[in-house]
Design a protein around this ligand. Structure first.
Ligand SMILES: *Cc1c(COP(=O)(O)O)cnc(C)c1O
Length: 402
Protein backbone atom coordinates (compact mmCIF):
# COMPACT_ATOMS: atom_id res chain seq x y z
CA UNK A 1 0.00 0.00 0.00
CA UNK A 2 1.38 3.49 -0.79
CA UNK A 3 2.86 5.19 2.28
CA UNK A 4 0.32 8.00 2.36
CA UNK A 5 -2.59 5.57 2.53
CA UNK A 6 -0.82 3.60 5.27
CA UNK A 7 -0.38 6.74 7.34
CA UNK A 8 -3.96 7.78 6.89
CA UNK A 9 -5.21 4.34 7.86
CA UNK A 10 -3.22 4.58 11.10
CA UNK A 11 -4.46 8.08 11.79
CA UNK A 12 -8.06 6.95 11.35
CA UNK A 13 -7.44 4.01 13.69
CA UNK A 14 -6.02 6.42 16.28
CA UNK A 15 -9.17 8.56 16.08
CA UNK A 16 -11.26 5.45 16.57
CA UNK A 17 -9.16 4.53 19.61
CA UNK A 18 -9.67 7.96 21.20
CA UNK A 19 -13.43 7.81 20.56
CA UNK A 20 -13.04 10.74 18.23
CA UNK A 21 -14.05 9.14 14.97
CA UNK A 22 -17.15 10.85 13.61
CA UNK A 23 -19.92 9.02 11.84
CA UNK A 24 -22.63 10.43 9.67
CA UNK A 25 -26.16 9.24 10.10
CA UNK A 26 -28.61 9.35 7.26
CA UNK A 27 -31.55 11.69 7.57
CA UNK A 28 -34.62 11.28 5.43
CA UNK A 29 -37.34 13.84 4.99
CA UNK A 30 -37.48 17.48 6.04
CA UNK A 31 -35.88 19.05 9.11
CA UNK A 32 -38.08 19.45 12.17
CA UNK A 33 -38.39 18.39 15.82
CA UNK A 34 -39.22 14.84 14.67
CA UNK A 35 -36.43 13.60 12.47
CA UNK A 36 -36.14 10.35 10.52
CA UNK A 37 -32.60 9.10 11.09
CA UNK A 38 -31.31 5.75 9.86
CA UNK A 39 -34.87 4.55 9.46
CA UNK A 40 -36.11 5.52 12.92
CA UNK A 41 -37.94 8.62 14.15
CA UNK A 42 -36.27 10.74 16.83
CA UNK A 43 -37.22 13.78 18.84
CA UNK A 44 -34.29 15.93 17.78
CA UNK A 45 -32.41 18.69 19.60
CA UNK A 46 -29.54 18.91 17.19
CA UNK A 47 -30.42 21.47 14.53
CA UNK A 48 -29.65 25.15 14.17
CA UNK A 49 -33.09 25.73 12.66
CA UNK A 50 -33.83 27.96 15.64
CA UNK A 51 -37.09 29.41 14.34
CA UNK A 52 -38.40 26.30 12.60
CA UNK A 53 -38.20 27.89 9.14
CA UNK A 54 -36.34 25.10 7.31
CA UNK A 55 -39.65 23.51 6.38
CA UNK A 56 -41.97 26.54 6.60
CA UNK A 57 -44.75 26.70 3.95
CA UNK A 58 -44.03 30.34 3.06
CA UNK A 59 -40.41 29.45 2.32
CA UNK A 60 -41.48 26.41 0.29
CA UNK A 61 -43.80 28.56 -1.81
CA UNK A 62 -41.17 31.24 -2.34
CA UNK A 63 -38.54 28.64 -3.33
CA UNK A 64 -41.00 27.11 -5.81
CA UNK A 65 -41.77 30.54 -7.29
CA UNK A 66 -38.03 31.24 -7.51
CA UNK A 67 -37.53 27.92 -9.27
CA UNK A 68 -40.19 28.82 -11.85
CA UNK A 69 -38.71 32.24 -12.48
CA UNK A 70 -34.96 31.54 -12.40
CA UNK A 71 -34.54 27.82 -12.92
CA UNK A 72 -32.09 25.86 -10.84
CA UNK A 73 -28.57 27.17 -11.35
CA UNK A 74 -27.00 30.64 -11.31
CA UNK A 75 -24.53 29.55 -14.02
CA UNK A 76 -21.69 31.94 -13.19
CA UNK A 77 -20.10 34.06 -10.49
CA UNK A 78 -21.96 37.15 -9.33
CA UNK A 79 -19.49 39.42 -11.14
CA UNK A 80 -19.90 37.64 -14.47
CA UNK A 81 -23.61 36.94 -14.87
CA UNK A 82 -24.77 35.28 -11.67
CA UNK A 83 -26.08 38.33 -9.78
CA UNK A 84 -29.86 38.08 -10.12
CA UNK A 85 -32.54 40.62 -9.25
CA UNK A 86 -33.73 38.48 -6.34
CA UNK A 87 -30.26 38.45 -4.78
CA UNK A 88 -30.05 42.23 -5.23
CA UNK A 89 -33.39 42.52 -3.44
CA UNK A 90 -32.26 40.12 -0.71
CA UNK A 91 -29.09 42.13 -0.03
CA UNK A 92 -31.15 45.28 0.39
CA UNK A 93 -33.68 43.55 2.64
CA UNK A 94 -30.94 42.07 4.83
CA UNK A 95 -29.11 45.40 5.17
CA UNK A 96 -32.36 47.13 6.17
CA UNK A 97 -33.28 44.32 8.59
CA UNK A 98 -30.01 44.56 10.51
CA UNK A 99 -29.87 48.35 10.19
CA UNK A 100 -26.68 48.66 8.16
CA UNK A 101 -25.98 50.64 4.98
CA UNK A 102 -25.19 47.77 2.63
CA UNK A 103 -24.88 43.98 2.52
CA UNK A 104 -23.13 41.44 0.30
CA UNK A 105 -24.45 37.91 -0.14
CA UNK A 106 -22.07 34.93 0.15
CA UNK A 107 -22.70 31.24 -0.56
CA UNK A 108 -21.88 30.14 3.00
CA UNK A 109 -20.80 31.63 6.31
CA UNK A 110 -17.52 29.76 6.11
CA UNK A 111 -16.77 31.43 2.78
CA UNK A 112 -17.89 34.84 4.05
CA UNK A 113 -15.30 34.81 6.84
CA UNK A 114 -12.60 33.23 4.68
CA UNK A 115 -13.09 35.99 2.11
CA UNK A 116 -13.69 38.97 4.35
CA UNK A 117 -10.72 38.76 6.72
CA UNK A 118 -8.00 38.50 4.02
CA UNK A 119 -9.69 41.34 2.11
CA UNK A 120 -9.27 43.61 5.13
CA UNK A 121 -5.92 42.66 6.67
CA UNK A 122 -2.63 41.12 5.57
CA UNK A 123 1.00 40.72 6.62
CA UNK A 124 1.98 43.47 9.08
CA UNK A 125 -1.57 43.74 10.46
CA UNK A 126 -2.98 41.96 13.51
CA UNK A 127 -6.13 39.89 14.04
CA UNK A 128 -7.31 39.55 17.65
CA UNK A 129 -9.45 36.46 18.14
CA UNK A 130 -11.49 35.10 21.04
CA UNK A 131 -10.21 31.70 22.11
CA UNK A 132 -13.57 30.03 21.45
CA UNK A 133 -14.14 31.46 17.98
CA UNK A 134 -15.52 29.31 15.17
CA UNK A 135 -13.07 27.52 12.87
CA UNK A 136 -13.82 29.77 9.89
CA UNK A 137 -12.78 32.96 11.71
CA UNK A 138 -9.52 31.26 12.65
CA UNK A 139 -8.94 29.92 9.13
CA UNK A 140 -9.78 33.29 7.59
CA UNK A 141 -7.30 35.02 9.89
CA UNK A 142 -4.58 32.47 9.10
CA UNK A 143 -5.18 32.81 5.39
CA UNK A 144 -4.78 36.59 5.60
CA UNK A 145 -1.15 36.35 6.68
CA UNK A 146 -1.79 38.88 9.47
CA UNK A 147 -0.37 38.20 12.91
CA UNK A 148 -2.86 36.13 14.92
CA UNK A 149 -3.43 36.95 18.57
CA UNK A 150 -5.77 34.85 20.70
CA UNK A 151 -7.30 36.37 23.83
CA UNK A 152 -8.92 34.27 26.59
CA UNK A 153 -12.64 33.78 26.11
CA UNK A 154 -14.55 37.09 26.49
CA UNK A 155 -11.61 38.59 28.41
CA UNK A 156 -11.92 42.27 27.57
CA UNK A 157 -9.14 43.35 29.93
CA UNK A 158 -6.63 40.97 28.36
CA UNK A 159 -7.68 42.05 24.88
CA UNK A 160 -7.13 45.68 25.87
CA UNK A 161 -3.56 44.88 26.95
CA UNK A 162 -2.88 43.25 23.58
CA UNK A 163 -4.38 46.20 21.70
CA UNK A 164 -2.45 48.74 23.75
CA UNK A 165 0.83 46.98 22.90
CA UNK A 166 0.12 46.79 19.19
CA UNK A 167 1.48 49.40 16.81
CA UNK A 168 0.35 47.69 13.63
CA UNK A 169 -1.47 49.78 11.03
CA UNK A 170 -4.65 47.68 10.92
CA UNK A 171 -6.11 45.94 13.90
CA UNK A 172 -9.10 43.64 13.48
CA UNK A 173 -11.02 42.00 16.32
CA UNK A 174 -12.95 38.90 15.22
CA UNK A 175 -15.55 37.28 17.42
CA UNK A 176 -18.53 34.98 17.42
CA UNK A 177 -21.50 36.96 18.74
CA UNK A 178 -23.01 33.82 20.27
CA UNK A 179 -20.41 31.14 20.88
CA UNK A 180 -21.57 28.12 18.96
CA UNK A 181 -20.70 25.39 21.47
CA UNK A 182 -21.38 27.36 24.69
CA UNK A 183 -24.32 29.60 23.86
CA UNK A 184 -23.05 32.69 25.69
CA UNK A 185 -23.02 36.16 24.12
CA UNK A 186 -19.82 38.11 23.43
CA UNK A 187 -19.43 41.44 25.29
CA UNK A 188 -19.97 43.37 22.04
CA UNK A 189 -20.45 46.88 23.54
CA UNK A 190 -17.17 46.57 25.45
CA UNK A 191 -15.39 45.23 22.36
CA UNK A 192 -16.72 48.14 20.31
CA UNK A 193 -15.47 50.60 22.94
CA UNK A 194 -12.00 49.06 22.54
CA UNK A 195 -12.25 49.47 18.76
CA UNK A 196 -12.92 53.15 19.22
CA UNK A 197 -10.21 53.63 21.82
CA UNK A 198 -7.50 51.78 19.87
CA UNK A 199 -8.54 52.54 16.29
CA UNK A 200 -9.43 48.90 15.65
CA UNK A 201 -12.13 47.25 13.54
CA UNK A 202 -14.40 44.35 14.37
CA UNK A 203 -15.91 41.44 12.43
CA UNK A 204 -18.90 40.07 14.33
CA UNK A 205 -19.95 36.53 13.36
CA UNK A 206 -23.64 36.30 14.25
CA UNK A 207 -24.29 32.78 12.91
CA UNK A 208 -26.33 31.90 16.01
CA UNK A 209 -27.77 35.34 16.77
CA UNK A 210 -29.14 36.46 13.41
CA UNK A 211 -32.86 35.69 13.44
CA UNK A 212 -32.77 34.84 17.14
CA UNK A 213 -31.58 37.80 19.22
CA UNK A 214 -32.84 41.38 19.18
CA UNK A 215 -36.27 42.71 18.20
CA UNK A 216 -37.79 40.39 15.54
CA UNK A 217 -34.47 38.56 15.37
CA UNK A 218 -32.53 41.49 13.93
CA UNK A 219 -29.41 40.06 15.54
CA UNK A 220 -26.84 40.64 18.25
CA UNK A 221 -26.07 44.25 17.39
CA UNK A 222 -29.76 45.10 17.69
CA UNK A 223 -29.90 43.09 20.93
CA UNK A 224 -27.33 45.46 22.42
CA UNK A 225 -28.54 48.50 20.48
CA UNK A 226 -25.10 49.19 19.02
CA UNK A 227 -24.12 50.47 15.58
CA UNK A 228 -20.76 51.57 14.25
CA UNK A 229 -18.83 52.12 11.05
CA UNK A 230 -16.12 50.02 12.67
CA UNK A 231 -18.28 46.88 12.66
CA UNK A 232 -18.64 44.39 9.85
CA UNK A 233 -21.55 42.12 10.62
CA UNK A 234 -21.65 38.55 9.28
CA UNK A 235 -24.97 36.72 9.48
CA UNK A 236 -25.54 33.19 8.23
CA UNK A 237 -28.69 32.13 6.43
CA UNK A 238 -28.63 28.36 6.96
CA UNK A 239 -29.45 28.46 10.68
CA UNK A 240 -32.32 30.60 12.01
CA UNK A 241 -33.15 31.77 8.48
CA UNK A 242 -33.70 28.13 7.55
CA UNK A 243 -32.13 28.05 4.08
CA UNK A 244 -28.41 28.42 3.23
CA UNK A 245 -25.86 31.15 2.62
CA UNK A 246 -24.59 34.19 4.48
CA UNK A 247 -24.15 37.94 4.20
CA UNK A 248 -21.72 40.56 5.37
CA UNK A 249 -23.17 43.99 6.18
CA UNK A 250 -21.49 47.26 7.03
CA UNK A 251 -20.29 50.61 5.75
CA UNK A 252 -20.99 50.95 2.01
CA UNK A 253 -17.31 51.48 1.17
CA UNK A 254 -16.24 48.37 3.06
CA UNK A 255 -18.90 46.32 1.30
CA UNK A 256 -17.83 47.68 -2.09
CA UNK A 257 -14.27 46.65 -1.24
CA UNK A 258 -15.40 43.11 -0.37
CA UNK A 259 -17.29 42.92 -3.65
CA UNK A 260 -14.02 43.78 -5.45
CA UNK A 261 -11.60 41.79 -3.34
CA UNK A 262 -13.14 38.97 -1.26
CA UNK A 263 -11.87 35.97 -3.21
CA UNK A 264 -14.59 33.64 -1.95
CA UNK A 265 -17.09 36.10 -3.42
CA UNK A 266 -15.36 36.85 -6.71
CA UNK A 267 -14.21 33.38 -7.71
CA UNK A 268 -17.21 31.20 -7.01
CA UNK A 269 -20.43 30.40 -8.82
CA UNK A 270 -23.33 32.32 -7.34
CA UNK A 271 -25.74 30.17 -5.34
CA UNK A 272 -29.09 29.17 -6.89
CA UNK A 273 -31.40 32.23 -7.03
CA UNK A 274 -34.34 30.22 -5.69
CA UNK A 275 -32.53 30.18 -2.34
CA UNK A 276 -32.65 33.98 -2.29
CA UNK A 277 -36.39 33.82 -3.02
CA UNK A 278 -36.84 31.55 -0.01
CA UNK A 279 -34.66 33.84 2.10
CA UNK A 280 -36.72 36.91 1.27
CA UNK A 281 -39.71 34.98 2.60
CA UNK A 282 -37.70 34.05 5.71
CA UNK A 283 -36.92 37.69 6.50
CA UNK A 284 -40.61 38.47 6.16
CA UNK A 285 -41.67 35.57 8.40
CA UNK A 286 -39.24 36.73 11.09
CA UNK A 287 -41.06 40.04 11.17
CA UNK A 288 -44.62 38.73 10.78
CA UNK A 289 -44.38 35.79 13.18
CA UNK A 290 -42.78 37.28 16.23
CA UNK A 291 -44.46 34.56 18.33
CA UNK A 292 -41.61 32.30 17.21
CA UNK A 293 -39.11 34.40 19.15
CA UNK A 294 -41.36 34.52 22.18
CA UNK A 295 -41.99 30.77 22.12
CA UNK A 296 -38.26 30.09 21.78
CA UNK A 297 -37.60 32.22 24.89
CA UNK A 298 -40.22 30.20 26.79
CA UNK A 299 -38.62 26.94 25.70
CA UNK A 300 -35.19 28.14 26.82
CA UNK A 301 -36.51 29.03 30.28
CA UNK A 302 -38.41 25.74 30.50
CA UNK A 303 -35.36 23.67 29.59
CA UNK A 304 -33.11 25.50 32.04
CA UNK A 305 -35.49 25.00 34.95
CA UNK A 306 -36.16 21.40 33.86
CA UNK A 307 -32.46 20.52 33.90
CA UNK A 308 -31.84 21.95 37.37
CA UNK A 309 -30.57 19.28 39.77
CA UNK A 310 -28.64 17.25 37.19
CA UNK A 311 -25.11 16.26 38.26
CA UNK A 312 -23.65 18.08 35.23
CA UNK A 313 -23.44 21.86 34.95
CA UNK A 314 -25.47 23.70 32.33
CA UNK A 315 -23.47 26.65 31.01
CA UNK A 316 -25.11 30.06 31.46
CA UNK A 317 -26.94 30.88 28.24
CA UNK A 318 -29.99 32.88 27.28
CA UNK A 319 -29.82 31.62 23.69
CA UNK A 320 -31.09 28.57 21.82
CA UNK A 321 -27.74 26.82 22.38
CA UNK A 322 -27.63 25.07 25.75
CA UNK A 323 -24.52 23.12 26.73
CA UNK A 324 -24.53 20.45 29.41
CA UNK A 325 -20.91 19.87 30.38
CA UNK A 326 -20.12 16.24 31.25
CA UNK A 327 -16.33 16.58 30.72
CA UNK A 328 -15.55 12.94 29.84
CA UNK A 329 -15.67 11.90 26.15
CA UNK A 330 -17.02 8.44 26.89
CA UNK A 331 -19.70 9.72 29.27
CA UNK A 332 -20.83 12.20 26.62
CA UNK A 333 -21.14 9.33 24.13
CA UNK A 334 -22.92 7.12 26.69
CA UNK A 335 -25.46 9.84 27.42
CA UNK A 336 -26.01 10.45 23.72
CA UNK A 337 -26.60 6.73 23.28
CA UNK A 338 -28.87 6.55 26.34
CA UNK A 339 -31.01 9.35 24.94
CA UNK A 340 -31.05 7.71 21.53
CA UNK A 341 -32.42 4.53 23.09
CA UNK A 342 -35.29 6.66 24.38
CA UNK A 343 -35.84 8.07 20.89
CA UNK A 344 -34.17 11.42 21.53
CA UNK A 345 -31.31 12.81 19.48
CA UNK A 346 -28.84 15.21 21.12
CA UNK A 347 -25.27 15.48 19.84
CA UNK A 348 -22.25 14.77 22.03
CA UNK A 349 -19.59 17.36 21.25
CA UNK A 350 -16.01 16.36 21.88
CA UNK A 351 -12.53 17.76 21.27
CA UNK A 352 -11.26 19.21 19.01
CA UNK A 353 -14.58 20.99 18.51
CA UNK A 354 -14.42 21.99 22.20
CA UNK A 355 -11.40 22.17 24.56
CA UNK A 356 -10.15 18.91 26.12
CA UNK A 357 -12.04 17.85 29.24
CA UNK A 358 -15.16 19.79 28.32
CA UNK A 359 -17.09 17.18 26.34
CA UNK A 360 -20.74 18.06 26.39
CA UNK A 361 -24.22 17.51 25.16
CA UNK A 362 -25.14 20.43 22.94
CA UNK A 363 -28.88 20.88 23.15
CA UNK A 364 -30.31 23.22 20.58
CA UNK A 365 -33.86 24.43 20.75
CA UNK A 366 -36.17 25.53 17.98
CA UNK A 367 -39.42 27.45 17.95
CA UNK A 368 -40.82 24.32 16.30
CA UNK A 369 -40.41 22.38 19.57
CA UNK A 370 -43.31 22.16 22.01
CA UNK A 371 -43.10 22.63 25.78
CA UNK A 372 -43.99 18.92 26.14
CA UNK A 373 -41.07 17.89 23.94
CA UNK A 374 -38.67 19.93 26.08
CA UNK A 375 -40.11 18.31 29.22
CA UNK A 376 -39.59 14.90 27.63
CA UNK A 377 -35.87 15.67 27.14
CA UNK A 378 -35.52 16.88 30.73
CA UNK A 379 -37.15 13.71 32.15
CA UNK A 380 -34.96 11.49 30.01
CA UNK A 381 -31.81 13.23 31.25
CA UNK A 382 -32.91 12.96 34.89
CA UNK A 383 -33.54 9.23 34.38
CA UNK A 384 -30.08 8.77 32.86
CA UNK A 385 -28.48 10.71 35.71
CA UNK A 386 -30.26 8.49 38.27
CA UNK A 387 -29.07 5.32 36.48
CA UNK A 388 -25.56 6.66 36.33
CA UNK A 389 -25.60 7.42 40.08
CA UNK A 390 -26.97 3.94 40.88
CA UNK A 391 -24.27 2.31 38.83
CA UNK A 392 -21.58 4.35 40.60
CA UNK A 393 -23.01 3.51 44.04
CA UNK A 394 -22.84 -0.20 43.24
CA UNK A 395 -19.25 0.19 42.06
CA UNK A 396 -20.31 -0.81 38.61
CA UNK A 397 -19.24 2.12 36.54
CA UNK A 398 -17.54 1.33 33.30
CA UNK A 399 -14.23 2.62 34.72
CA UNK A 400 -14.31 0.15 37.60
CA UNK A 401 -15.15 -2.78 35.37
CA UNK A 402 -12.28 -1.89 33.08
C1 LIG B 1 -22.21 27.64 11.28
C2 LIG B 1 -21.23 28.71 11.55
C3 LIG B 1 -20.52 29.33 10.52
C4 LIG B 1 -20.54 28.81 9.11
O1 LIG B 1 -21.70 29.16 8.47
P1 LIG B 1 -22.14 28.23 7.21
O2 LIG B 1 -23.11 29.09 6.49
O3 LIG B 1 -22.74 27.02 7.82
O4 LIG B 1 -20.91 27.95 6.43
C5 LIG B 1 -19.74 30.42 10.81
N1 LIG B 1 -19.61 30.85 12.08
C6 LIG B 1 -20.23 30.26 13.11
C7 LIG B 1 -20.06 30.80 14.48
C8 LIG B 1 -21.05 29.16 12.88
O5 LIG B 1 -21.65 28.54 13.89
Amino acid sequence: MPELLNQIREQLAALQEQKLLRKRRIVDGPQGPLLDVDGRQYLAFCSNDYLGLANHPALHAAAAAGLEKYGVGASASALISGHTSVVEELEQALAAFVGMPRALHFSTGYMANMGTIPALVGPGDVVFSDRLNHACLIDGARLSGAQFRIYPHADVARLEELLAKSSSPRKLIVTDAIFSMDGDIAPLPELLALCEKYDAWMLVDDAHGFGVLGPQGRGSLAHFGIQSQRILYMGTLGKAAGVAGAFVAGDALLIEWLLQRARTYVFTTASPPLLASALLAAVKVMQDEDWRHQHLRELIARLRSGLAGLPWPLLPSETAVQALIVEDNQLALDLMEGLREQGISVPAIRPPTVPKGTARLRISLSAAHSIEQVDQLASALHALAANNADASARGMTRNVIE
